[in-house]
Ligand binder design. Structure first.
Ligand code: GLU
Length: 427
């Protein structure tokens, strides 16, 4: 019988330029040689289980009707219901949501949460819309994806440009649709609606926890350590505050509004306030702005990319002068750049481990919703720290055992868990 060709770039993507999905495929290829008996199933990771594209029509405030493209992708449901955020961004594409959902499968497996991987998005620039328009768009989106989500099916959460208010609208619309209260349908809700204490800062806190552990392992004393951050939103801002509290100096910060540098350390509290008021770091009082392209070559102990994916490429990797990189963003480092950085002896704590704090506390929120019993912030932070540190130490041990990078070690651990579950369930 002729062999069925295994088509790894689905027909709905441009096979010449598959975008972020191409990065994920390359990461799977890199881990395949370590999969042993399970390698016969590696290709299943290259096929998202379900991709949904929806039209989100909305009546704008001026009475006209606009259409936005919305997505929900469930990469893997082998280990549990889908889990992952919903991103609102003008550049969102299906390829990006596919990659982000796959990274959620890997991430939940790395930290051992009983979830699969999902992700959603709407191709929209939220800055161009009023809160009332965003509410209508969010409610319509959730109606459109409602056939494939559910408390035990797929649980959206926050991501770039979505927050507690967005999650509240989603929960309300879904509950109305079902005719019963469904707090566990989304995570990242406001506390008043069953959200979890500690969720807002969980991703940044997780970055700090594993970043501090990696610093220790690499002989970096946090007291006086230099830190540079790309992105000063929820993740970057929280991580900056926690590293500063531990004695580190935030020497450089970059976002879409500017790049700031201060060898003596920027005033983190003043910057957080400025960002809250203006939406970016640019123009903050008493700061020096430098050229955006100079950000990467700043000498630093810990570099934290905490913005969009694809920021570190073969074009800027050579310039980087950091001792360790802790990936707060999803997919910030291109595989080519990974090789360059590794050759330079820079240790990378990969996204699928470093930024898993957010989804970990989302898991706590889901568990609390299911039992209607709520934990204190101390309990949340303690459990978060234990999960993050256990995962970090296990991944470090795997890296040592196979003499591979932390990223490959994280993929070995996660893909083994994913494929074991897949094998037990059967095709
Ligand atoms: N957006 C978060 C991430 O990339 C997770 C969202 C959630 O909690 O489901 O990890």
């Amino acid at each position: 019988m002729p062999q069925q060709q295994d088509q790894t770039i689905p027909s709905y993507l441009d096979s010449e330029n598959p975008g972020p999905w191409g990065i994920f495929l390359e990461q799977v290829d890199r881990v395949a040689p370590y999969m042993g008996e399970l390698s016969k199933l590696t290709n299943t990771l290259k096929h998202p289980e379900r991709c949904l594209i929806v039209d989100v029509p909305v009546r704008l405030d001026d009475g006209s009707i606009a259409h936005f493209e919305g997505y929900r992708v469930q990469h893997s449901l082998s280990r549990g219901p889908g889990k992952g955020g919903v991103r609102y961004h003008q550049d969102v594409t299906l390829s990006e949501v596919m990659a982000l959902s796959a990274w959620m499968s890997v991430k939940t497996a790395v930290v051992g949460l009983p979830f699969g991987g999902g992700k959603g998005g709407i191709r929209i620039d939220p800055r161009n819309h009023s809160p009332a328009e965003m509410e209508r768009i969010t409610r319509r989106y959730i109606q459109e994806i409602s056939p494939i989500i559910g408390v035990n099916q797929d649980i959206p959460g926050p991501d770039m440009n979505t927050n507690g208010q967005t999650m509240a609208w989603m929960m309300d619309s879904y509950s109305t649709l079902k005719g019963s209260q469904q707090p566990g349908i989304v995570t990242g809700k406001p506390i008043a609606l069953g959200g979890s204490l500690g969720r807002v800062e969980a991703t940044g806190r997780g970055v700090f926890i594993v970043g501090a552990a990696a610093a220790k392992d690499n002989g970096i004393d946090l007291n006086g350590a230099r830190i540079s951050l790309q992105g000063f939103g929820n993740v970057g801002g929280t991580a900056a505050r926690l590293f500063r509290d531990a004695g580190a100096k935030i020497v450089a910060v970059q976002d879409h509004t500017g790049t700031l540098y201060d060898a003596e350390g920027l005033d983190v509290d003043a910057l957080l306030l400025h960002v809250q008021k203006t939406g970016g770091v640019g123009g903050a009082a008493n700061t020096t702005c430098i050229a955006a392209e100079d950000f990467w070559s700043i000498e630093t102990d810990i570099l934290i990319p905490a913005a969009l994916e694809g920021q570190i490429t073969k074009h800027n990797a050579d310039a980087i002068r950091a001792r360790i990189i802790v990936e707060g963003a999803n997919g910030p480092t291109h595989p080519d750049a990974d090789d360059i950085l590794t050759q330079k002896g820079i240790v990378i704590v990969p996204d699928v481990l470093a930024n898993a704090g957010g989804v970990t506390v989302s898991y706590f929120e889901w568990v609390q919703n299911a039992s209607s019993f709520y934990w204190t912030v101390e309990e949340i932070n303690q459990r978060l720290e234990k999960i993050m540190l256990d995962a970090y130490h296990a991944i470090s041990a795997t890296a040592g055992e196979h003499q591979v990078s932390l990223r490959t070690a994280a993929f070995i651990t996660a893909c083994t868990r994913l494929l074991e579950a897949r094998e037990l369930r059967g095709i």
